[in-house]
Design a protein around this ligand. Structure first.
Ligand code: ATP
Length: 282
Protein backbone atom coordinates (compact mmCIF):
# COMPACT_ATOMS: atom_id res chain seq x y z
CA UNK A 1 0.00 0.00 0.00
CA UNK A 2 2.84 2.38 0.75
CA UNK A 3 6.50 2.38 -0.11
CA UNK A 4 7.61 2.59 3.54
CA UNK A 5 10.17 -0.08 4.39
CA UNK A 6 8.66 -3.03 6.25
CA UNK A 7 9.12 -2.54 9.96
CA UNK A 8 9.71 1.19 9.62
CA UNK A 9 7.63 3.22 12.04
CA UNK A 10 6.10 6.60 11.32
CA UNK A 11 7.91 9.81 12.31
CA UNK A 12 7.34 10.51 16.01
CA UNK A 13 4.92 13.32 16.81
CA UNK A 14 6.12 16.48 18.57
CA UNK A 15 3.96 15.59 21.57
CA UNK A 16 5.06 11.93 21.72
CA UNK A 17 6.74 10.69 24.87
CA UNK A 18 4.92 12.97 27.30
CA UNK A 19 3.10 10.22 29.14
CA UNK A 20 -0.05 8.32 28.29
CA UNK A 21 -3.18 10.13 27.15
CA UNK A 22 -5.22 7.00 27.86
CA UNK A 23 -4.74 4.52 30.73
CA UNK A 24 -6.92 1.42 30.65
CA UNK A 25 -6.87 -0.90 33.64
CA UNK A 26 -8.57 -4.21 34.24
CA UNK A 27 -11.60 -3.47 32.07
CA UNK A 28 -14.26 -6.18 31.91
CA UNK A 29 -17.34 -6.34 29.68
CA UNK A 30 -19.55 -9.40 29.72
CA UNK A 31 -22.51 -10.38 27.57
CA UNK A 32 -24.40 -13.07 29.47
CA UNK A 33 -21.80 -15.77 29.98
CA UNK A 34 -19.31 -14.30 27.47
CA UNK A 35 -16.39 -12.27 28.81
CA UNK A 36 -15.80 -10.26 25.65
CA UNK A 37 -13.28 -8.03 27.44
CA UNK A 38 -11.68 -9.85 30.33
CA UNK A 39 -9.41 -7.57 32.33
CA UNK A 40 -7.82 -5.55 29.51
CA UNK A 41 -4.97 -3.28 30.67
CA UNK A 42 -2.93 -0.98 28.42
CA UNK A 43 -1.77 2.60 27.90
CA UNK A 44 -1.87 4.79 24.79
CA UNK A 45 1.02 7.25 24.49
CA UNK A 46 0.10 10.86 23.83
CA UNK A 47 0.72 11.83 20.21
CA UNK A 48 1.18 8.26 19.03
CA UNK A 49 -0.46 6.19 16.34
CA UNK A 50 -1.28 3.02 18.23
CA UNK A 51 -2.74 -0.10 16.64
CA UNK A 52 -5.01 -2.51 18.50
CA UNK A 53 -4.82 -5.92 16.89
CA UNK A 54 -5.86 -9.48 17.64
CA UNK A 55 -7.64 -12.45 16.12
CA UNK A 56 -11.37 -12.30 15.34
CA UNK A 57 -13.45 -12.24 18.50
CA UNK A 58 -10.53 -11.03 20.65
CA UNK A 59 -12.67 -8.22 22.08
CA UNK A 60 -11.20 -5.22 20.24
CA UNK A 61 -14.47 -3.62 19.11
CA UNK A 62 -16.11 -4.30 22.47
CA UNK A 63 -13.15 -2.68 24.17
CA UNK A 64 -13.55 0.39 21.90
CA UNK A 65 -17.21 0.55 22.85
CA UNK A 66 -16.45 0.44 26.58
CA UNK A 67 -13.69 3.05 26.31
CA UNK A 68 -15.94 5.46 24.40
CA UNK A 69 -18.95 4.96 26.70
CA UNK A 70 -21.16 3.04 24.28
CA UNK A 71 -21.08 0.03 26.62
CA UNK A 72 -21.20 0.52 30.38
CA UNK A 73 -18.44 -1.97 31.27
CA UNK A 74 -18.73 -4.27 34.29
CA UNK A 75 -15.62 -3.04 36.01
CA UNK A 76 -12.28 -1.34 35.44
CA UNK A 77 -10.70 2.05 35.16
CA UNK A 78 -10.28 4.25 32.07
CA UNK A 79 -8.32 7.46 32.55
CA UNK A 80 -8.30 10.01 29.75
CA UNK A 81 -5.72 12.74 30.22
CA UNK A 82 -5.51 11.81 33.90
CA UNK A 83 -9.25 11.85 34.57
CA UNK A 84 -11.44 8.84 35.28
CA UNK A 85 -14.06 8.39 32.55
CA UNK A 86 -15.05 4.74 33.02
CA UNK A 87 -18.76 4.31 32.22
CA UNK A 88 -19.34 8.00 31.56
CA UNK A 89 -21.94 8.50 28.82
CA UNK A 90 -20.59 8.57 25.27
CA UNK A 91 -21.51 12.19 24.57
CA UNK A 92 -19.60 13.39 27.64
CA UNK A 93 -16.51 11.38 26.69
CA UNK A 94 -16.69 12.80 23.16
CA UNK A 95 -16.91 16.30 24.59
CA UNK A 96 -13.66 15.66 26.48
CA UNK A 97 -11.95 15.08 23.13
CA UNK A 98 -11.97 11.28 22.91
CA UNK A 99 -13.90 10.48 19.77
CA UNK A 100 -14.49 7.48 17.57
CA UNK A 101 -15.36 7.51 13.92
CA UNK A 102 -18.76 6.25 12.89
CA UNK A 103 -19.96 4.60 9.75
CA UNK A 104 -22.10 6.81 7.55
CA UNK A 105 -25.49 5.36 8.46
CA UNK A 106 -28.49 5.04 6.15
CA UNK A 107 -29.91 8.34 7.37
CA UNK A 108 -26.63 10.16 6.80
CA UNK A 109 -26.29 8.55 3.35
CA UNK A 110 -29.41 10.43 2.29
CA UNK A 111 -27.83 13.77 3.16
CA UNK A 112 -25.32 15.80 1.19
CA UNK A 113 -21.68 15.54 2.25
CA UNK A 114 -21.65 19.11 3.56
CA UNK A 115 -24.67 18.46 5.80
CA UNK A 116 -22.95 15.41 7.22
CA UNK A 117 -20.08 17.66 8.19
CA UNK A 118 -22.23 20.46 9.60
CA UNK A 119 -24.20 18.03 11.75
CA UNK A 120 -20.98 16.90 13.42
CA UNK A 121 -20.00 20.45 14.40
CA UNK A 122 -20.13 20.91 18.19
CA UNK A 123 -21.54 23.80 20.26
CA UNK A 124 -24.29 24.88 17.93
CA UNK A 125 -26.35 27.46 19.83
CA UNK A 126 -29.02 27.38 17.11
CA UNK A 127 -30.09 23.93 18.33
CA UNK A 128 -31.95 25.68 21.16
CA UNK A 129 -35.17 27.52 20.44
CA UNK A 130 -34.33 30.34 22.89
CA UNK A 131 -31.02 31.06 21.16
CA UNK A 132 -32.68 30.89 17.79
CA UNK A 133 -35.23 33.50 18.75
CA UNK A 134 -33.18 35.78 20.98
CA UNK A 135 -29.49 35.28 20.14
CA UNK A 136 -29.73 35.05 16.37
CA UNK A 137 -26.49 36.94 15.79
CA UNK A 138 -24.44 34.54 17.93
CA UNK A 139 -26.09 31.56 16.23
CA UNK A 140 -25.29 32.85 12.77
CA UNK A 141 -21.68 33.57 13.74
CA UNK A 142 -21.17 30.05 15.09
CA UNK A 143 -22.87 28.52 12.04
CA UNK A 144 -20.52 30.44 9.77
CA UNK A 145 -17.51 29.19 11.78
CA UNK A 146 -18.71 25.59 11.51
CA UNK A 147 -19.32 25.97 7.78
CA UNK A 148 -15.83 27.31 7.25
CA UNK A 149 -14.28 24.53 9.33
CA UNK A 150 -16.24 21.96 7.29
CA UNK A 151 -15.04 23.44 4.02
CA UNK A 152 -11.41 23.49 5.12
CA UNK A 153 -11.64 19.82 6.08
CA UNK A 154 -13.43 18.82 2.87
CA UNK A 155 -10.73 20.60 0.91
CA UNK A 156 -7.98 18.80 2.83
CA UNK A 157 -9.65 15.46 2.27
CA UNK A 158 -10.23 16.06 -1.44
CA UNK A 159 -13.98 15.97 -0.91
CA UNK A 160 -14.75 19.63 -1.60
CA UNK A 161 -15.99 18.93 -5.11
CA UNK A 162 -18.38 16.37 -3.68
CA UNK A 163 -19.84 18.57 -0.98
CA UNK A 164 -23.30 18.64 -2.56
CA UNK A 165 -23.33 14.95 -3.46
CA UNK A 166 -25.36 12.60 -1.30
CA UNK A 167 -23.04 10.73 1.05
CA UNK A 168 -24.60 7.47 -0.17
CA UNK A 169 -23.15 8.02 -3.66
CA UNK A 170 -19.52 8.14 -2.43
CA UNK A 171 -17.18 5.21 -2.93
CA UNK A 172 -16.22 3.12 0.10
CA UNK A 173 -12.89 4.94 0.39
CA UNK A 174 -14.44 8.37 0.07
CA UNK A 175 -16.89 7.44 2.82
CA UNK A 176 -14.00 6.50 5.10
CA UNK A 177 -12.43 9.88 4.42
CA UNK A 178 -15.77 11.52 5.19
CA UNK A 179 -16.03 9.54 8.44
CA UNK A 180 -12.59 10.80 9.44
CA UNK A 181 -13.39 14.37 8.37
CA UNK A 182 -16.68 14.28 10.35
CA UNK A 183 -14.88 13.11 13.46
CA UNK A 184 -12.35 15.93 13.03
CA UNK A 185 -15.17 18.48 13.12
CA UNK A 186 -15.22 17.84 16.88
CA UNK A 187 -11.49 18.68 17.16
CA UNK A 188 -10.60 15.48 19.02
CA UNK A 189 -7.41 14.90 21.00
CA UNK A 190 -7.72 11.12 20.79
CA UNK A 191 -9.31 9.68 17.68
CA UNK A 192 -10.33 6.03 17.60
CA UNK A 193 -10.89 4.22 14.30
CA UNK A 194 -12.31 0.73 13.91
CA UNK A 195 -10.81 -0.95 10.83
CA UNK A 196 -10.24 2.23 8.81
CA UNK A 197 -8.71 0.33 5.88
CA UNK A 198 -11.50 -2.23 5.50
CA UNK A 199 -13.03 -2.17 2.04
CA UNK A 200 -11.13 0.76 0.60
CA UNK A 201 -8.81 0.88 -2.38
CA UNK A 202 -5.04 1.25 -1.81
CA UNK A 203 -4.88 4.83 -3.14
CA UNK A 204 -7.52 6.14 -0.77
CA UNK A 205 -6.11 3.97 2.02
CA UNK A 206 -2.71 5.58 1.55
CA UNK A 207 -4.34 9.01 1.61
CA UNK A 208 -6.15 8.17 4.85
CA UNK A 209 -2.85 7.09 6.41
CA UNK A 210 -1.16 10.28 5.22
CA UNK A 211 -3.91 12.31 6.88
CA UNK A 212 -3.48 10.39 10.12
CA UNK A 213 0.28 10.94 10.12
CA UNK A 214 -0.07 14.63 9.31
CA UNK A 215 -2.70 15.19 12.01
CA UNK A 216 -0.55 13.34 14.51
CA UNK A 217 2.60 15.27 13.60
CA UNK A 218 1.19 18.74 13.00
CA UNK A 219 -1.74 18.83 15.38
CA UNK A 220 -0.72 16.32 18.02
CA UNK A 221 -3.83 14.17 17.55
CA UNK A 222 -3.38 10.72 19.10
CA UNK A 223 -4.77 7.75 17.16
CA UNK A 224 -5.89 4.37 18.41
CA UNK A 225 -7.05 2.11 15.60
CA UNK A 226 -8.23 -1.45 15.22
CA UNK A 227 -6.76 -3.00 12.10
CA UNK A 228 -6.43 -6.42 10.52
CA UNK A 229 -4.08 -5.37 7.72
CA UNK A 230 -0.67 -6.21 9.18
CA UNK A 231 1.21 -4.27 6.52
CA UNK A 232 -0.56 -1.11 7.65
CA UNK A 233 -0.03 -1.94 11.31
CA UNK A 234 3.67 -2.68 10.95
CA UNK A 235 4.46 0.30 8.72
CA UNK A 236 2.27 3.01 10.15
CA UNK A 237 1.99 2.59 13.89
CA UNK A 238 4.35 3.67 16.65
CA UNK A 239 3.10 1.04 19.07
CA UNK A 240 0.99 -2.09 18.85
CA UNK A 241 -1.33 -3.57 21.47
CA UNK A 242 -2.40 -7.18 20.99
CA UNK A 243 -5.60 -8.62 22.41
CA UNK A 244 -6.64 -12.25 22.56
CA UNK A 245 -9.62 -13.70 24.42
CA UNK A 246 -10.50 -10.37 25.99
CA UNK A 247 -7.04 -9.70 27.42
CA UNK A 248 -3.99 -7.76 26.30
CA UNK A 249 -1.29 -10.34 25.65
CA UNK A 250 1.45 -8.06 24.28
CA UNK A 251 2.30 -4.40 23.84
CA UNK A 252 5.32 -2.89 22.12
CA UNK A 253 6.97 -1.56 19.00
CA UNK A 254 5.78 -3.10 15.72
CA UNK A 255 9.09 -4.93 15.26
CA UNK A 256 8.85 -6.42 18.77
CA UNK A 257 5.28 -7.58 18.18
CA UNK A 258 6.24 -9.16 14.86
CA UNK A 259 8.69 -11.46 16.67
CA UNK A 260 6.52 -12.17 19.74
CA UNK A 261 5.83 -15.91 20.01
CA UNK A 262 2.74 -15.41 22.17
CA UNK A 263 1.25 -13.18 19.48
CA UNK A 264 2.02 -15.66 16.71
CA UNK A 265 0.48 -18.46 18.81
CA UNK A 266 -2.64 -16.38 19.52
CA UNK A 267 -3.25 -15.89 15.81
CA UNK A 268 -2.64 -19.56 15.05
CA UNK A 269 -4.77 -20.67 18.00
CA UNK A 270 -7.58 -18.31 17.04
CA UNK A 271 -7.57 -19.88 13.57
CA UNK A 272 -8.81 -16.55 12.33
CA UNK A 273 -5.75 -14.84 11.13
CA UNK A 274 -3.78 -17.04 8.77
CA UNK A 275 -3.26 -14.11 6.43
CA UNK A 276 -2.29 -11.89 9.33
CA UNK A 277 0.07 -14.49 10.80
CA UNK A 278 1.82 -14.90 7.49
CA UNK A 279 2.35 -11.18 7.35
CA UNK A 280 3.32 -10.92 11.03
CA UNK A 281 6.03 -13.52 10.48
CA UNK A 282 7.44 -11.79 7.43
P1 ATP B 1 -13.35 -8.86 15.00
O1 ATP B 1 -11.90 -8.67 14.73
O2 ATP B 1 -13.87 -10.11 14.37
O3 ATP B 1 -14.21 -7.67 14.72
P2 ATP B 1 -13.22 -8.26 17.84
O4 ATP B 1 -11.86 -8.51 18.37
O5 ATP B 1 -13.60 -6.87 17.56
O6 ATP B 1 -13.48 -9.18 16.59
P3 ATP B 1 -15.60 -8.31 19.43
O7 ATP B 1 -16.49 -7.96 18.30
O8 ATP B 1 -15.34 -7.31 20.46
O9 ATP B 1 -14.23 -8.89 18.89
O10 ATP B 1 -16.24 -9.61 20.11
C1 ATP B 1 -15.67 -10.24 21.27
C2 ATP B 1 -16.61 -11.36 21.72
O11 ATP B 1 -17.80 -10.79 22.26
C3 ATP B 1 -17.03 -12.29 20.60
O12 ATP B 1 -17.15 -13.58 21.14
C4 ATP B 1 -18.39 -11.76 20.21
O13 ATP B 1 -19.21 -12.77 19.68
C5 ATP B 1 -18.94 -11.27 21.56
N1 ATP B 1 -19.84 -10.12 21.43
C6 ATP B 1 -19.53 -8.91 20.91
N2 ATP B 1 -20.57 -8.08 20.98
C7 ATP B 1 -21.58 -8.78 21.55
C8 ATP B 1 -22.95 -8.48 21.90
N3 ATP B 1 -23.47 -7.28 21.68
N4 ATP B 1 -23.67 -9.46 22.48
C9 ATP B 1 -23.15 -10.67 22.72
N5 ATP B 1 -21.87 -11.03 22.43
C10 ATP B 1 -21.11 -10.10 21.85
Amino acid sequence: MTDAAPGATATPAPTAGKGPILEVEDVVQTFGGIRAVNGATFDVERGSITALIGPNGAGKTTCFNVLTGFYGGNRGSVRFDGEEIFSEPAHRIARRGMVRTFQITKALSRMPVIDNMLLAGPNQPGEHLFNNLIRRGACKEREAEIYEQAQVLLEEFNLAKLQDAYAGTLSGGQRKLLELARALMTQPRLLMLDEPMAGINPTLGARLLEHMERLRTEEGVTFLFVEHDMEVVMNHSDRVIVMAEGKVIAEGLPEEIRENQQVIDAYLGGGAGEKETERTQR
